[in-house]
Design a protein around this ligand. Structure first.
Ligand SMILES: [Zn+2]
Length: 336
């Protein structure tokens, strides 16, 4: 335990320290202020990237990007609009190796953007897609230049422990969890992340495209319900609101107040599935969805227990989309 604590302290110190020009000051003033209103507010943006996932987290000057969506140009435009060119992203996490999560991450490595990435987390599973090969080539080049630290999510703190906790400069904590080592496909090898505001007044669970097997592993084998705990305010719907990305036990363990699904208005999968929406209704959980609400922004003040707020171009919840349909998958009829 002592060894683990020491290693975690190294990670936290590395992230808290910032770049060398920032020196030892805990909250250095940025050279050019980012377009975020309050410096220590925890802001989560579930970006409208179409049929895919990309979530940007900012807190006290730290930035975390979980997945990059399916389109490099679209992610590039979002990076432009968010003023991230020339800035540092402290942590990038690729939840799993599917194109709708990874292709947009290539925009981070376009040299004209001059974006520094300090830590890159992914599972190291082999995958033959050219898009991933190009992304990994970019990462390897920066590792060779000692500009980036690569972390395998199967050993996320590089200390043999299944859980790696990173403290952002504004005090929020990010728990990165090892995926199911026996997951049979990329979705079930998704890395789960739990985000906790500095004062614990806001929590969110993001687990890529984990399907029911992985969800069962989180609960029954990894016991993530005990550590780091799965009770959260917001759930990012697994697998874009597919019925195979949710179970009754999962929603009971997470007990979210809202669900946010990242989904393309036109998709061939039938997302969001009617069975998933019915389960959210049964658990009294309203949902937002990027195809109907646009980018969904959640703001948690992170101090004195002040309540978080949700902002979107279209503020209505529980909307349906043009691609939604009933899934015929056996594991959804009924959803366990
Ligand atoms: Zn996906």
């Amino acid at each position: 335990m002592k060894h683990l604590a020491a290693l975690l302290a190294v990670v936290v110190a590395a992230l808290s320290a910032g770049s060398s020009s920032e020196g030892a000051t805990r909250r250095p003033a940025p050279v050019s202020p980012p377009p975020f209103a309050v410096r220590d507010t925890l802001v989560v943006r579930v970006l409208d990237v179409g049929q895919g996932d990309a979530t940007l987290i900012t807190n006290g000057g730290s930035r975390v990007l979980i997945d990059g969506g399916p389109d490099e140009a679209r992610m590039g435009a979002l990076l432009d609009s968010l003023g991230i060119d020339g800035q540092t992203i402290d942590v990038v996490i690729l939840t799993h190796q599917h194109a709708d999560h990874l292709v947009g991450l290539r925009a981070l490595f376009e040299s004209r953007r001059n974006i520094a990435v300090r830590y890159f987390f992914e599972n190291g599973d082999p995958y033959t897609a050219a898009n991933l090969r190009h992304l990994r080539d970019s990462i390897a080049a920066r590792v060779a230049r000692h500009e980036l630290v690569y972390r395998d999510t199967d050993d996320p703190c590089a200390n043999g422990q299944p859980l790696c906790t990173i403290t952002l400069k504004g005090g929020a904590k990010l728990h990165i969890m090892r995926p199911d080592p026996a997951g049979h496909d990329p979705n079930d090898r998704s890395t789960a992340v739990k985000l906790v505001a500095a004062d614990s007044s806001f929590t969110m669970w993001i687990a890529g495209d984990a399907e029911q097997d992985a969800i069962g592993w989180f609960l029954n084998e990894a016991h993530y319900d005990r550590n780091p705990g799965m009770h959260v305010d917001v759930l990012k719907a697994d697998h874009h609101g597919s019925c195979n990305g949710v179970t009754n036990a999962y929603l009971s363990a997470l007990a979210p107040s809202i669900v946010v699904a990242s989904v393309g208005a036109v998709n061939s999968y039938g997302h969001m599935h009617e069975q998933a929406k019915a389960l959210y209704v049964a658990h009294h959980v309203p949902w937002y969805r990027t195809d109907q609400n646009g980018t969904i922004e959640i703001r948690a003040p992170g101090a004195n227990g002040a309540r978080y707020s949700v902002h979107a171009r279209n503020p209505h919840t529980d909307l349906s989309g043009p691609s939604d349909r009933v899934s015929t998958q056996p594991q959804c009829n009924p959803v366990p």
